[in-house]
Design a binder for this molecule. Sequence first.
Ligand code: NAP
Length: 324
Amino acid sequence: MVAAVRVHKHGGPEVLTYEDVQVPAPGPGQARVKNHACGLNYIDTYFRSGLYPAAGGLPFVSGNEGAGEVVAVGPGVTDVKVGDRVGYTSALGSYAAERIMPADRLVKLPDNISYQQAAGMMLKGMTVEYLLHRTFKVQKGMNVLIHAAAGGIGLIACQWANYLGANVIGTVSSQSKADLAKANGCHHAIVGYEDFPAKVKEITDGKLCEVVYDGVGKATFPASLDCIKPLGLFASFGNASGSIEAFNINILQTKGSLFCTRPTLNTYAAKREDLLSIANNLFSVVGSGKVKIPVNQTYALKDVRKAHEDLEARKTTGSTVLVP
Ligand SMILES: NC(=O)c1ccc[n+]([C@@H]2O[C@H](COP(=O)([O-])OP(=O)(O)OC[C@H]3O[C@@H](n4cnc5c(N)ncnc54)[C@H](OP(=O)(O)O)[C@@H]3O)[C@@H](O)[C@H]2O)c1
C-alpha cells in the first residue's frame, strides 16, 4: 500500500482524501514510478469538482503531473528501465507516493533537471511550449497578452515569450503579482481585469496584440477579443474563473476576422515523438537558464486540501509542488 490522494465524490477541497491505496505490479507496456514530487495544477480542481470527468469514474487518484524514479517495468517496455529519472504530464493519478504509468508517456529527465523542477513544469512548461510555438508562432516584436501572468503557466509564459522577443503584456489581480510578473519577463503588467482592453490599447499605441493567451476564461471573455488586432488569434486554454459560455461566432467577424482556438496539451503531445519534442524544447530553455521554473510553494502531499484552497483563493504564484 502507498499513500495517495483520492476523490470519492466531486466537490471542494474537502473531498480530497489522503489514504493508502494498492498499486499493482506493472502490466505489459507499463512502468511503476516512485514519485519524488507531484505538480499542482488548476486542472486538478476541474477533475475534483467534476467539471472534467475522470475517464475511469469515481473514485480516482487526483493529480496530473509528476516526477520520480522508475522502480519496476512490465513486459515489453523499451522506453524506460528501472532506475531512470522520469517526468510525466496529463496522466490522472499523480498525487501518490507510487503509481503505474504507460511507459510510452514517460520522459527521461536530463541530469540538470531536478525532480522539483520537473514536477513544476511537465504540464505547465510543455503547455507554454506548444502555445508559443505550435498554436501560434510568437516572434520578435509581436504584442502578446498573457492573462494570470503571475500563475504557474503565467510566469513560464512571460519568460519564454520575452526570450522569443515579444512585447509581453500580462494581467494580474494585485500589485505584488504585477511585480513578480515583471521580474519574470512581463514588460507591462496590468493590475485588475476591469478595463484591460483600454490599457492594452494604450500600451500598444492602438496596434493591439497578435495573440491573446487566456487561461482565465469566463471573467475575461469577450473583453479579450478587444485586445486582438485584425486576423489575430484568441487562444482560450483554460477556465480558472469558470468556462466561457456559448457565444455567437459572428463576434469574431465584427472584431476583425479573428481566429479562435481552444487547445489542450493532450492533442499536441498525443504522439510520443511530439511528447518528446515538446519536452526536449522545454528542457533546453530551462537547462540553459533562459526560462526558470519558479516553484514558489511546496506542501506535503497530506496537506493537499490546503494546497487546493490556496490555488483557488489565488494565493499561489508560479508553480506548486506536493511532496509525497
Ligand atoms: N489547455 C491546456 O493545455 C492547459 C494546460 C495547463 C493549464 N491550463 C490552464 O491554464 C490555466 C492556468 O493554470 P495554472 O495551473 O498555471 O494555474 P494558475 O495560473 O497558477 O492559477 C490560476 C490563476 O488564475 C487567475 N484567476 C483569474 N480569475 C480567477 C478566479 N475567478 N479564480 C481563481 N483564479 C483566477 C489567478 O491569478 P490572478 O490572481 O493574478 O488573477 C490565479 O492565480 C488554467 O485555466 C488551466 O486550466 C491549460
